[in-house]
Design a protein around this ligand. Sequence first.
Ligand SMILES: NC(=O)C1=CN([C@@H]2O[C@H](COP(=O)(O)OP(=O)(O)OC[C@H]3O[C@@H](n4cnc5c(N)ncnc54)[C@H](OP(=O)(O)O)[C@@H]3O)[C@@H](O)[C@H]2O)[C@H](O)CC1
Ligand SMILES: [K+]
Length: 505
Amino acid sequence: MHIVTAKEMYEIDRFAIEKGGIDGRILMENAGRAIVDQITNLVDNTERILVLVGSGNNGGDGFVIARNLLNKGYEVIVLQLVADEKIKGDAAYHKQLFINFKGKIQLVQEVTVVEQYLSNADVVIDAMLGIGISGEVRQPFKQVIEVVNKLEMLTISVDIPSGVPADEGVANFTAIKADYTFVVELPKLSLYLEYCSPFYGQWRLVEIGLPHTTFSQDNLIETWNQKNVVETLPKRNRYSHKGSHGKGLVIGGSHTMPGSVAMTAKAALRSGSGLITVGTVQEAIPSIASYCMEATYISFLSNEGIITGLPAIDFSSYDALAIGMGMGRSESTASITKKVIVDAKIPILIDADGLQHIKGDLPLIKQRQHPTVLTPHPGEMAMLTGYSVKEILTSPFKVSKQFAREHGVYLILKGVHTIISDPNGRQWVNTTGNAGLAKGGSGDVLSGILLSMMMQNQSLNDALTNGCFIHGASADILVSEQRSKQDLVATDVIDGLTSVFRTLI
Ligand SMILES: NC(=O)C1=CN([C@@H]2O[C@H](COP(=O)(O)OP(=O)(O)OC[C@H]3O[C@@H](n4cnc5c(N)ncnc54)[C@H](OP(=O)(O)O)[C@@H]3O)[C@@H](O)[C@H]2O)[C@H](O)CC1
Ligand SMILES: [K+]
């Protein structure tokens, strides 16, 4: 599903009205009614409802909601926080309908009075500001937002919690902390920003009759969900053999970090790879092999447990390779990483210490004729780009798209909402995963799943989005059935792959 910026949402809206011929007042009615259907599942009609409305169409939705709740027997009061003349167009039309239906509207701008009304209500519907907000929230909204948040009553936001920007790029704002948000038609970008999404509380989309088209050539961002995976994940052919599902190479590990490559290799095998070879230091091989008996091993030259030399490897005999996990950050591992990037004429995934090593040599990656996949977390992304972590988290879509285009890479920016960007600037947001994944080893497991997907005869975009989905889905299934976010560890996520593939295939 397409994720929209405010500008794109307005374009879709304008298209529906101007070209499609639908009246904006009908869209507003549809929005309000769809949200009332949701509210009636949450609130029973003995509860007193206060609807806070502002000057724009978000407030217009608020009038429709108030009228439809009134019709259903709820006790409803609308607090209008702006002067009468500010309410225009479709919103004014629906305000008049609410009045015609004997609805009660109080024009209030002093926060103390708003507080009195709030203390006599059970539920607040927030229809103050929608996607039309620009700049810092002005008064009286700022104070009203603070009071609503302080009271901690059931708060339901219309389209977007008032004050939350629709788009990325705004780090500091005052906004309603909603318990529920009913998002009009399409998800807004801020739903997938980790500093904005908590404000939405639980959220759901409501359909109002707009087409799901996009007019943007430059901002193609989509969610990737189970339906997409089921449609694109290759089915295993009965007549296939181990060579048909990819022969992958994993380079990394050290005496003190053998687990990383062990988990990458095991995850790759559990995700369908035909053959996996691990290239690592001699002393780590016995422990890795005892965990991952299905892999084969190449012993690399080492000193004090760190890889120091690359043996002669015919990279062309592999379908893809992953490098960097648990490798350490010595001069020798840096030069080996660069040599592999230049010599291996196959798709490469670079993670962890490998990312540190390429920082000064990004042109080498751009020169590659074969795909390169980078999998940084925000800290590594900051290291690669020179932006601060805060800047990256404030504009993760923009920063990743820019980087992927500039360096010709597939970029997976890991996080609560992992963003996958391709070299053309297309982007997807993964929809699975939970806080249980915020543990050491998660990234190594993801690298293994991605390596496997990269070899499974699907487009690289599908491979990477599917890999991220599967990784998060494993954690989700485990947390819902047998583990908790507390005790989930990376190797569980490998074991959980069984449940994911059993439900997907
Ligand atoms: N197709 C759709 O998506 C539909 C959406 N609907 C709803 O409409 C809103 C968007 O409506 P819009 O009128 O464009 O915007 P807002 O409701 O957010 O209000 C904008 C007005 O708010 C004032 N404003 C702007 N910035 C600030 C600020 N920082 N502080 C305070 N006030 C602010 C400003 O008015 P002024 O007169 O005070 O300047 C803006 O004009 C969308 O979110 C949906 O809920 C439709 O109902 C159905 C179709
Ligand atoms: K709102």
